[in-house]
Design a protein around this ligand. Structure first.
Ligand code: SF4
Length: 216
């Protein structure tokens, strides 16, 4: 999968060249993928939600699927959940523009039901393409559906939170989905601990020169 995701080892591009090529690559992928009609969700969507943020982000935040406000606007994590996600990220010194934010599923499931397995199978290649272009070092998985899907397990949140989990080339952390935090404010403390752990790991990679070493 390394080859599929990142290509062969070779001469590394300059920072500017890589940033431009990542932006161009994402723009091209967005243009192609928004025409997608590979699953039944294409019929009911108002807007395709590609995701947004820094094309060269070292942190990729992944949720489950667009909700009503995301479907209405075509943007990920807007509305109350999005505002809370912004606060969560800011609490550990990330602004939205620093990271890339997206979902496993790009079109809204009706009534916000969980995505079905065949919908996930259809949509995952778009996310894998995004990862191959952005090449983050760290992935923050929001909620059980996103975490179980990416990590290919059926574990509980309790079994996945509070630790670094390696998936492919990425260091992953799991925390609660902001919508779940709005319903269960008592979980916010646990979320804070999760993102602090993630930030500490990010800083450790940064101090070792790892997060941006692909750009040097
Ligand atoms: S959910 Fe994904 S696979 Fe289904 S139509 Fe939308 S973009 Fe295509």
């Amino acid at each position: 999968m390394q080859g599929y995701l990142f290509g062969e080892e070779g001469e590394k591009p300059s920072v500017a060249t890589e940033a431009v090529s990542a932006a161009e690559g994402l723009a091209a992928l967005s243009a192609t993928s928004r025409e997608c009609r590979k699953c039944r969700l294409a019929a009911s969507r108002r807007n395709f939600v590609f995701g947004e943020g820094n094309p060269s982000a070292d942190l990729f935040v992944i949720g489950e699927a667009p909700g009503a406000e995301e479907d209405a606007t075509g943007r990920p994590f807007v509305g109350r959940s999005g505002q809370l996600l912004d606060k969560i990220l800011l609490a550990v010194n990330f602004e939205r523009k620093d990271v890339f934010i997206g979902n496993i599923i790009k079109c809204r499931p009706p009534e916000n039901r969980n995505p079905l397995n065949d919908e996930i199978d259809c949509c995952m290649p778009w996310l894998l393409e995004q990862l191959s272009i952005i090449r983050p070092k760290i992935i923050l998985l929001l909620g059980k559906v996103a975490a179980n899907t990416i990590l290919d397990n059926r574990l509980s949140m309790g079994a996945m939170r509070g630790k670094l989990i390696r998936w492919k080339e990425f260091d992953c952390f799991v925390t609660y989905h902001p919508a779940a935090l709005l319903r269960n404010p008592g979980w916010k403390r646990g979320c804070w601990q999760d993102v602090q752990l993630m930030r500490t790991h990010y800083d450790k990679l940064l101090s070792a020169g790892t997060p941006h070493d692909r750009n040097t």
